[in-house]
Design a binder for this molecule. Sequence first.
Ligand code: SF4
Ligand code: SF4
Length: 419
Amino acid sequence: MTDKLILYKEHLNSFLRKITKGFELIAPVRNTYGDTLFEVISSVDDVRIDLTNRPILSPKRFFMPQVETLFAYRYDKSGYTFKDAADSTPRVIFGLRSCDTRGILFYDLIFQEGLKDKYYLDRRKDTILINLGCNQPGENCFCKSAQSGPFLTYGYDIQLTDLGDRFFVENGRPRGRELLAGWSYFFRPATQTDIDAQYEVVLESEGKFRHRLDFDAAIEKLINQEVAPAIWEELGSRCQNCGGCAYVCPTCYCFNIFDSPGSEKEGERLRTWDACTFAGFSRLAGGYNPRQDKAQRIKRRFYHKLFYDKQKYNIPSCVGCGRCADICFGRIDMLSFIRLICEQKERALAPAHRRLGELLLEAGIISRKDLDLAIEKQAATGKPLGAQLVEMGMVDKEAIARALGCQLKIPGTAENIED
Ligand code: SF4
Ligand code: SF4
């Protein structure tokens, strides 16, 4: 079977009906309140599948439910017995947007590293992803800037492009090819005219974005600590700790685990979503909370998504879906944040704080690796950079005094640094 096919729209429902015979089908459905959400569909004819609007929530709950039972336990005379609650049903998610498919690929990185998360991986291995490229970006979409849309070049099992009366169908991975091969009578091979039409749709869509953000410039500003403390304070004062940004985000994955005893003899271990903006997110067993202030939590959130994940996985964990911009009434979303820090005025910066790392780097007192490590640690401790570097044994107080003295043009200090 060729890798590029055509499915006429009049055959779409028949194709989906066939899928429901062998798989659990999940697709975007317009509900009676006018919202579009991913739902499990048992009868294609009883729902209104919506391929126009981006679903208001990402499909992450199908891989890590908001509340899930990891296992049930029971205690009797012979001790504890456990019953695993993991499930793995063969599924097809149809109509994923590119940003959401990229969100799932990011989850793959997270849940496969170190201790592999069997609950996630069991669901993931049995799920076929059918991506639908976006002909028309939404109001807050910026996936083009995040390099995760509006169409994908990898990561999907099948990708569709809407060409008006028909879908252009691309095979991505072998299991996508297998699925299509099973019902090849719905498809015909794509012609050069179809291929040209799809190319035009992609180009046109890329030209329609309202927002163009410079992720690299924003990350650079975080690395160099060029975000004024006043900005973190301002964002912190506007945050209401609602957790909405993390809950709608396709890449946020933090969770809590706790036991829910039904009685003295039995109970369940549960996993629930968590959010780094919650006041208790980083509270430790003794009650100490290293990120007591909202400003510290917001700072950590953006450092994590833009800088730490980029450092660790070579991509920031923002796919540009714009859902945080849809939901945050404080405008503490990624779209507003990147704009804000890229447009902040130099005078708003705190010079000594901002430049200390650069000064020490320039003077060869610390390495870039040391600086990055200290910045990472500092985001957790909230300490000034100088104090953090001293605590980590990377510099002594004299070296910092010399660096700052040089910056402030205190006589005699420049020569010392050059030494
Ligand atoms: S940043 Fe916005 S969405 Fe997130 S917790 Fe704060 S107020 Fe809620
Ligand atoms: S962010 Fe991009 S991929 Fe996601 S819905 Fe908007 S245009 Fe589509």
